[in-house]
Design a binder for this molecule. Sequence first.
Ligand code: SAM
Length: 447
Amino acid sequence: MIEKNQDFEVNISDMGFEGEGITKIEGYTTFVKGALKGEKAKIKMLKVNKDYGFAKLLEVLEASENREEPVCSVFGRCGGCNLQHMSYESQLKLKENVVQSTLKKALGFDVPVENIIGMGTPYHYRNKVQYPVSDEKIGFYAGRTHSLIENEGCFIQNEIADKLAKDAFKILQKNKVSTYSEKTGKGCVRHIITRIAKNNGNQLMLTLVTNEEKLKNADKIVKDILELYPNITTIVQNINTRRDNVILGEKCITLYGEGYIEDRLGDYKFKISPLSFYQVNPIQTEVMYYIAKDYAGLTGTENVYDLYCGIGTISVFVADEAKKVFGVEIVEQAIIDAKENAEMNEKRNIEFICGKAEEVIPKKYAEGDKADVVFVDPPRKGCDSRLLETLKEMRAGKIVYISCNPATLARDLKYLTENGYEIEKIQPLDLFPQTHHIETIVSLRMK
Ligand SMILES: C[S@@+](CC[C@H](N)C(=O)[O-])C[C@H]1O[C@@H](n2cnc3c(N)ncnc32)[C@H](O)[C@@H]1O
């Protein structure tokens, strides 16, 4: 009988999807955060469920050759990078294996997965810093909690964007602006978000998310920020009065500049507003878009759908090789950006609609429209079943599925492969080094 607080010496025989070590104690599956496959370790049982348990790593007795000293001093406490104790090569292998095994399990057959595309320098790649602010502190949430862990400097953030966020916090404190408390729902600043356009002269956007419209000493705050960052592009206040986990509210007030920044990807320029989604790793995003475009095999005659289109990046990338592109996105501001992006890049064959893909596309199909090629790039929860049903009926010749969650990708691929599509290629790509997140591009063809 295995009990809580019992110590064991174990061999770690496998790795879980979030980089946890897995061991079997008398056949009982136990997850050990921080342990690596191939290691011998001393562990303490923390939680004993019916089918599996969780243990704490007390000591590594024999280390794996893939183990590395994490570069960050808050590794293990901060909920951000959970793979920093693994060599980058072994992180990539883990992600490749996760894609392979998740798809095989869901589909019931082996699928050919290409070698994952990693980064040359897998640090400081993020163009967006998003710090919660609470109880006079700024930092990241500790894993699965809402207590804040302060850090000196984060190894996956862009250094300028990271410093701007911390400096903005100091300026807010200096100007006596209160911080929000999740417990009471009182206090002003909830999040500080910065974005940097790495490919466009490091344009900078600072967004202060507040719990109320009143921002004490707003003019002085802007002045102080401009003194430290005279080249900052824009400063925006976003108002979020909700009592839940959603970070941004719907209303933005521009405090300085135009309220947006512009970045470059490939040969194109994109306007990005605070409320719009923009991929966080621009280096890998370019690679990803070119692969997606290549998978689509466009010839200039196709009617193309870009579903979950954000600010229209994929639409703009493929417009020259398509007859017509139709983009759908749920966030209104992103569609406003997308329309301007099409205009700015002189793409006249793109139409954008704001709405839910699962509502807009069935309606469009009922009206007689049909795509030859469909790009889908949904959020982590994957595609809505109503959208998949319509794609099945529409029988588009090609679907290019871009996914940030192998579990929902596997679920959706199961549906599509059982309903007329076959998988041509699966390409994992590391968009999020040091974390367990995985991006995958899949090309599907109507049989
Ligand atoms: C992973 S992002 C991809 C955006 C874009 N393709 C890109 O590469 O930047 C997913 C996008 O889907 C949008 N979205 C979420 N649910 C949606 C829905 N039901 N219908 C349409 N868009 C949705 C989000 O606002 C977000 O912009």
